[in-house]
Design a protein around this ligand. Structure first.
Ligand code: CUK
Ligand code: CUA
Length: 764
């Protein structure tokens, strides 16, 4: 059985990557390639600016809304390589999101009126800030269709909380954060009665329908929104839209624009002119200027009333306390973006060629002087547009959103109708450059462009239509994110990236160095709460507990077995399976699925997850690991046996036997000895260098010795059986030693490669 021994070595070599052949480029010259592929010098330059060679990483990380997918898309810049989809409002099977109990609890937080809502229309992600700068700790995102926001912890890129807005029926102007992430903003969109399940006819729109602005209090220590400490301000039914938080001099204030300040109600089916006509009839809508800091104090002082159990400051109170003002803005505006220095608010009107630059100082001067041009129908003081404007600049057709450069006074505005990005100077009010994009751009995004310190370098155009840019995939086209180099005077288009998951309205980017996600959980962690999970067990303590018709499994996962390997239940039993991944090595995730019971879990190193189901059908259901985690991944399996009512074992038949011989047993023993020699040589290498300086390697070495430790007592066992000439058991137990050895060697070789690649030094 020499064959097996060779196989053993080849498995070991195959797992010890880094021993591969060095590859050479083919003999083509760069010119040949350019000619063959029809590439220009400019293409080559763009490729050189975006190509991230194998093994290298991106400079910036983007968190993009996943649009109607209800997820978040993570990708790198400049490569535009997609790194992850984060399940947020929608179940995501790979991550087990919505299929294991821990994540189901998070999704249940997003239930409305007792019903699951398993999709979301995600629009605006926002990164947490400290002193106005992105800190890389948390990400927030809204759901426009079902008024909700979610909290994602960037420790593990997992959704930890979904919060339902108790008074809106839709929301859009969120999420935006204050400079120290004290609050997360969310503005309503389509006006509706604030009380839940209250019906008022559209004829009572002006009196009973309302908009609003919600300020969610964020508890950074807990990493969760504190709903009890959050509040809203009642606003007129003006279709509040995008918002932004003040910063620097304007910190403590928020700005929210609106459309349909006409309060028009359509009804084309009844012969009325449609919404789009009535909602854009007047020349101006309103920018809402709110002193949120003072509002928070008023709420603390008990001046709010409860609506659906949530603190709401009435318009009346807000007006009386002098915290709510309106400024007319050119009609149907979209973005409201505060400049990095916090001095200006730039508003773009979709139906106007101008962007309007409002001065916070001027707005404050008008408020102080009590200089208003009048009141709106609800009694809110209106500051004259001219008293608030710094300047207006004509940029082109359909200006929507504005982002900022690291260079002072430089801004970029998307032009939806023109399909262009305009670069301009908002201090001096002049256009600097324009570039065409493909096609019909919505948002645009610069690196940390929402913060007090934008980083420049790149801009991404989030285009609504791709039309002819990609290989056709049917009538539903992907979206097109285009990467633009903004480091020079002229903008340069670098890359087209199709987004195939939904319409991402907005995205945010952060310097990749600011993100420091964990590589593993502390063994036994519930990743959704970051607390020790009661279902966790240590190696050797696995058990199956039965109480009446409830069967609870406390199991573990480690290459390459699931413990237990058999779960026997009776039909009708409620089955709970808790699984802890005992691995410490980076990226050693196991998955867990049970045939046809619609459960799946992703169990990353250290994580504990729970799946629950009712064993409502008798039969035999294999369960297995769904991640190709090791050479013996396919053997990482077991059986759920669901026994029929009143089933009794019949004539006992033997389990399948291999009928092994003494020769085979001896070959296995030799294979074990050969493999041990390889392990010894790897161990000799690892301990000859400063491996303790590499936490990744220490984790692998720990895991390796764990695996090797399991061989304890097995030698005596197989020798005992051999002495009794029970070659079947002797061979199988010797084989099991080898299984542990393979995993030990796999880890050892990975550790060795890592050390070699990271310049480990000899210590003796
Ligand atoms: S929105 Cu879609 S392009 Cu929801 Cu910010 Cu402007
Ligand atoms: Cu664990 Cu495959």
């Amino acid at each position: 059985m020499i064959r097996l021994t060779k196989c053993a070595v080849s498995v070991l070599l195959a797992t010890g990557f880094g021993l591969g052949a060095t590859s050479a480029f083919s003999a083509d010259t760069l010119q040949d390639v350019m000619k063959a592929r029809g590439l220009s010098q400019q293409d080559l330059m763009a490729a050189a600016k975006t190509y991230v060679p194998t093994g290298k990483r991106d400079d910036f990380m983007v968190f993009s809304s996943g649009g109607q997918s209800g997820q978040v898309i993570v990708y790198g810049i400049p490569s535009m390589r997609i790194l992850k989809y984060i399940g947020v409002f929608t179940p995501e099977p790979w991550q087990g999101y919505g299929f294991d109990e821990q994540s189901k609890k998070v999704l249940a937080g997003g239930r409305i009126d007792g019903k699951d809502i398993t999709w979301g229309d995600t629009h605006h992600p926002a990164l947490s800030e400290t002193n106005g700068e992105s800190d890389g700790q948390f990400l927030f995102i809204n759901d426009k269709a079902n008024p909700r926001i979610a909290v994602i912890d960037l420790q593990d890129f997992e959704t930890k909380q979904i919060v339902v807005n108790p008074i809106y029926k839709s929301e859009h102007g969120g999420t935006f954060v204050t400079p120290n992430t004290e609050y997360i903003f969310e503005a309503a969109q389509y006006p509706a009665p604030l009380e839940n399940k209250k019906f008022y006819p559209l004829e009572e729109f002006n009196e009973k329908y309302r908009g609003g602005m919600t300020y969610w209090k964020f508890d950074r220590k807990k990493g969760l929104v504190d709903t009890a400490a959050s509040f809203s301000i009642e606003l007129p039914p003006y279709s509040q839209d995008l918002s932004d938080a003040g910063k620097g001099p304007s910190d403590g204030w928020s700005f929210t624009n609106s459309f349909c300040a006409e309060r028009y109600v359509g009804g084309i089916e009844k012969g009325r002119p449609p919404y789009e006509a009535g909602c854009s009839a007047k020349d101006t809508d309103y920018l809402h200027v709110i002193n949120w800091r003072k509002a928070a104090e008023l709420v603390k002082a008990g001046k709010a009333k409860k609506i659906n159990g949530h603190d709401v400051l009435s318009m009346e109170t807000a007006i009386k306390e002098g915290i709510l003002f309106l400024v007319p803005e050119p009609k149907s505006p979209h973005g409201a973006d505060v400049t990095p220095d916090g001095k200006m608010i730039i508003v773009a009107g979709k139906l106007d060629t101008h962007v309007s630059v409002f001065s916070f100082e001027k707005i404050q001067a008008a408020i102080k002087a009590g200089k208003f041009e009048g009141k709106d129908p609800y009694g809110i003081p209106v500051i004259a547009m001219k008293d608030a404007l710094h300047t207006q600049v004509s940029l082109g057709l359909g200006p929507l959103h504005t982002q900022y450069d690291s260079k002072p006074c430089v801004a970029y505005t998307s032009l939806y109708v023109d399909s262009q990005v305009a670069k301009w100077n908002y201090c001096e009010g002049k256009v600097l450059d324009k570039i065409s994009v493909h096609y019909n751009i919505g948002h645009l995004m610069t690196m940390e462009g929402d913060t007090t310190k934008p980083k420049g370098h790149y801009l991404v155009a989030l285009n609504k239509l791709a039309i002819d840019r990609f290989n056709p995939v049917g009538p539903l086209h992907p979206q097109n994110h285009q990467l633009i180099d903004i480091s020079g005077d002229k903008m340069e288009l670098l890359y087209d990236m199709p987004i195939p998951l939904g319409e991402p309205h907005y995205a945010v980017a952060i310097d990749a160095k600011k993100l420091k996600p964990a590589v593993r959980y502390k063994v036994g962690t519930n990743s959704r709460t970051d607390q020790p999970d009661p279902g966790a067990v240590k190696a050797g303590q696995e058990k199956i507990v039965r109480k009446g018709n409830k069967v609870e499994v406390f199991g573990t996962l480690i290459r390459s077995h699931i413990t237990p390997e058999t779960i026997e239940v009776n039909v009708g039993d409620e089955v709970t399976i808790n699984l802890t991944n005992l691995e410490r090595a980076e990226d050693e995730t196991h998955g867990f699925a049970v045939s046809t019971y619609n459960v799946h879990a992703s169990v990353e190193p250290g994580k504990t997850v729970t799946v629950k189901f009712k064993a409502d059908k008798e039969g035999v259901y294999p369960y297995y690991c769904t991640e190709f985690c090791s050479a013996l991944h396919l053997e990482m399996e077991g059986y759920l046996l669901v026994k029929p009512k009143g089933w009794k074992p019949g004539k006992t038949t033997a389990l399948a036997a291999g009928h092994y011989t003494e020769v085979e047993y001896k070959a296995t023993v030799k294979k074990v000895a050969d493999t041990q020699a390889i392990i010894d040589s790897v161990v000799a290498y690892i301990t000859s260098v400063n491996y303790k300086d590499f936490p990744e390697v220490v984790a692998m070495v720990d895991d390796a010795f764990d695996q090797l430790g399991k061989t304890k007592g097995l030698k005596e066992k197989h020798e005992g059986f051999a002495a009794k000439k029970d070659w079947e058991n002797a061979n199988l137990w010797a084989e099991q030693i080898w299984q542990y050895q393979v995993k030990t060697a796999d880890l050892g070789l990975r550790a060795k490669t890592f050390l070699e690649q990271h310049g480990a030094k000899k210590i003796k």
